[in-house]
Design a protein. Structure first.
Ligand code: DGT
Ligand code: MG
Length: 242
């Protein structure tokens, strides 16, 4: 069997219920533990849809997705939520405390582990400045923290769960360039044994990815490293220069 955390797409096609044309066609790739797989492509290309198939927000219409060699449908909801942490494109917080938000998926974590997750996510500063710190209240939807803070808290929540697979949907583009760089540098060590899949808008976020998939109208039109794609893919060149 492939290592735990490995994500395999085998000829996956997906169309939203009731829609005429598929949004994703014949998607095949493997995201391995210890590697970063980046997905880039214009708005509407299908990046979020592709990520959402992994925790089974939707099921593939055709083809198969496997995690650690096991088909998603055989894995069960619990194993999926225990092994995969997703930071969605529009991250949400629950009403409750910062701590209860971080503990979603990490019920047994020590308080020190929660602070470590906050440090990596560059969120320890503003949390320690809030009255009550970990006990400080989050209103429904997280409207009493800024968008960038919400994003970092959701990244901290994903880290606290210590999953084998991380899914980051455009999680860094709302951050200023320097916070983005610091956060991604801090992520290297804690995610080094996991399969990391990153959807990105900024090419600078993914230049050091082990493989980049270029998605266009629901199809992978090119794949490779940054250097390889600069040579081989016009679509990638357009993204880089746009
Ligand atoms: P982004 O986030 O703006 O860069 O775009 P992507 O690449 O994340 O695109 P995605 O996956 O959100 O959308 C791909 C296509 O699927 C696009 O034509 C819109 C359509 N679509 C997205 N969500 C839904 C949905 O819930 N229902 C239906 N019927 N179509 C959807
Ligand atoms: Mg999206």
């Amino acid at each position: 069997l492939p290592e735990p955390g490995t994500v395999e797409f085998k000829d996956v096609t997906f169309g939203y219920p009731g829609a005429e044309a598929p949004v994703l066609s014949n998607i095949s790739f493997t995201a391995k533990p210890g590697q970063t797989t980046a997905i880039i492509g214009s708005t509407g290309a299908g990046k979020t849809t592709l990520l959402n198939l992994i925790p089974r927000l939707y099921d593939a219409t055709e083809g198969e997705i496997l995690i650690g060699g096991v088909p998603l449908k055989e894995l069960g909801r619990e194993a999926i939520s225990q092994n995969i942490s997703a930071v969605p494109q529009r991250p949400y917080l629950f009403s409750g405390t910062i701590e209860s938000n971080l503990r979603f998926g990490a019920q047994d974590a020590e308080e020190e582990e929660l602070w470590e997750a906050l440090r990596i996510a560059q969120a320890d500063g503003f949390v320690s400045e809030r009255e009550g710190q970990l006990e400080s209240k989050i209103s429904q939807g997280g409207t009493n923290v800024s968008g960038g803070q919400r994003q970092r808290l959701c990244i901290a929540r994903a880290l606290a769960a210590k999953p084998k697979t991380y899914l980051f949907d455009d999680s860094f583009s709302a951050l200023d360039v320097s916070t983005d760089a610091k956060l991604r540098a801090a992520l290297v060590e804690p995610t080094k044994d996991a399969a990391v899949i990153i959807v990105a808008q900024r090419v600078s976020t993914i230049t050091d990815a082990d493989q980049i998939l270029v998605l266009d109208h629901g199809e992978i039109v090119a794949r490779g490293t940054h250097e390889e794609l600069l040579e081989s893919s016009e679509t990638y060149q357009e993204i880089v220069t746009s």
